[in-house]
Write a protein that binds this ligand. Structure first.
Ligand code: IDP
Ligand code: MG
Length: 152
């Protein structure tokens, strides 16, 4: 089982797409183990996007992610990191497959609606930035045996 950090970014929240986006992850079969509605401040944004410091889009990225409230989620499942990335689609909406979130709702890279961790190591680092351990709920769904080959 893996966990991954998802952010429904300010543009998606402003456009009323919270429900649509959560629905796509739920339908995929991923299990929500943490979720909060919040405004990301500058300090947290800098930590979250530290790998991009110095890049041409860094300042506009910080402005974007701090511009309005977001929904932050931790999703769990086998291969959750890669499966969530596939459901989200490629970074640039112009390259995102139709049927992915960015491929269905996005046009520009700086308004690409959703964040998903890019590796297991990133997910662990990012989850710790946004959630305290006690905010993450370990649970099973009655339907899990119809989604997972083996329920732990
Ligand atoms: P990812 O979100 O698909 O992992 P990253 O390369 O990690 O993509 O970039 C982080 C975020 O920075 C992107 O989701 C996007 O919002 C923004 N970004 C990346 N490249 C560009 C760009 O060339 N122009 C504007 N924004 C960008
Ligand atoms: Mg990334």
């Amino acid at each position: 089982m893996e966990r991954t950090l998802i952010i429904i970014k300010p543009d998606a929240v402003q456009r009323g797409l919270i429900g649509e986006i959560i629905t796509r992850f739920e339908r995929r079969g991923l299990r929500i183990v943490g979720m909060k509605f919040m405004r990301i401040d500058r300090a947290l944004a800098e930590k979250h996007y530290a790998e991009h410091k110095g890049k041409s889009f860094y300042e506009s990225l910080l402005d974007y992610i701090t511009s309005a409230p977001v929904v932050v989620m931790v999703l769990e499942g086998p291969n959750a990191v890669q499966i969530a990335r596939n459901t989200i689609g490629a970074t640039k909406p112009v390259e995102a497959a139709a049927g992915s979130i960015r491929g269905d709702f996005g046009l520009e890279t700086g308004r690409n609606l959703v964040h998903g961790s890019d590796s297991l190591a990133s997910s662990q680092r990012e989850i710790a930035l946004f959630f305290a351990a006690e905010e993450l709920i370990s649970w099973t769904r009655d339907v899990d045996r119809w989604i997972l080959e083996k329920v732990e």
